[in-house]
Ligand binder design. Structure first.
Ligand SMILES: N[C@@H](CCC(=O)N[C@@H](CS)C(=O)NCC(=O)O)C(=O)O
Length: 203
């Protein structure tokens, strides 16, 4: 399998899951700063994903799978013995999907206005206030658990990836000590270290 990724982007989530799953994979970097986006081998990325964004997973049969929440569940289902996602059809699986959708729509996309250079400080502060209210909720829900579902799952790979962006945006998370401890716990996992190193990132 091949993952099209951009360093520290949301594609870090399936990258972590590939490493956690112990699957063999190749990586191809996409330059999102260049328009049109190109891959490191010089291919116009819109030919691979006309939606123009990472992540894209190329399967061994050549099929392309997009959308992070679909990719991480596909990967988890390749290695059921690793318990990266609860079994399909169980309520626990819907709980995972409840988390994945929350992370995608409330956290991942909640960061959008903070990245946009045309937005004023007021717009960015308002976006951060909204995100902070979502973070308050998730921290309460995490409670004293080590991971969102109790045991590590693909939802932790995704949440870790998105919340890592706070440091690049100089929005400290230290007002939520429980969250900082959770992020440190995820960061310490060998597969997370591996994926970050492969993207040239430091913790
Ligand atoms: N709906 C997509 C969104 C993916 C997405 O937002 N990717 C960003 C990086 S985190 C991207 O590649 N942006 C580049 C662009 O839109 O041109 C998913 O959840 O996989």
């Amino acid at each position: 399998m091949k993952l099209y990724y951009s360093p520290a982007a949301c594609s870090l989530s399936p990258h972590i899951v590939l490493a956690e799953a112990g699957l063999s994979y190749e990586l191809e970097k996409v330059n999102l700063r260049e328009t049109p986006h190109r891959t490191e081998s010089g291919v116009d990325f819109s030919a691979i994903n006309p939606k123009g964004y990472v992540p894209v997973l190329e399967l061994d049969n050549g099929e392309l799978l997009t959308e992070g929440v679909a990719i991480v569940q596909y990967l988890a289902d390749q290695v059921p013995g690793k318990y990266l996602a609860p079994a399909n059809g169980t309520l626990a699986r819907y709980r995972l999907q409840e988390w994945l959708n929350f992370i995608a729509t409330e956290i991942h996309k909640g960061f959008g206005p903070l990245w946009n250079p045309v937005n004023s400080a007021e717009i960015k502060d308002a976006a951060w206030a909204r995100l902070a209210s979502r973070i308050d909720w998730l921290v309460a829900k995490l409670g004293s658990k080590e991971y969102l579902l109790g045991e590590f799952s693909v939802a932790d790979a995704y949440l870790f990836t998105c919340l890592s962006w706070a440091k690049y945006l100089e929005r400290p998370l230290d007002g939520w000590p429980q969250l900082s401890a959770y992020l440190a716990r995820v960061a310490a996992r060998p597969a997370v270290q591996q994926a970050m190193a492969e993207e040239g990132l430091s913790a």
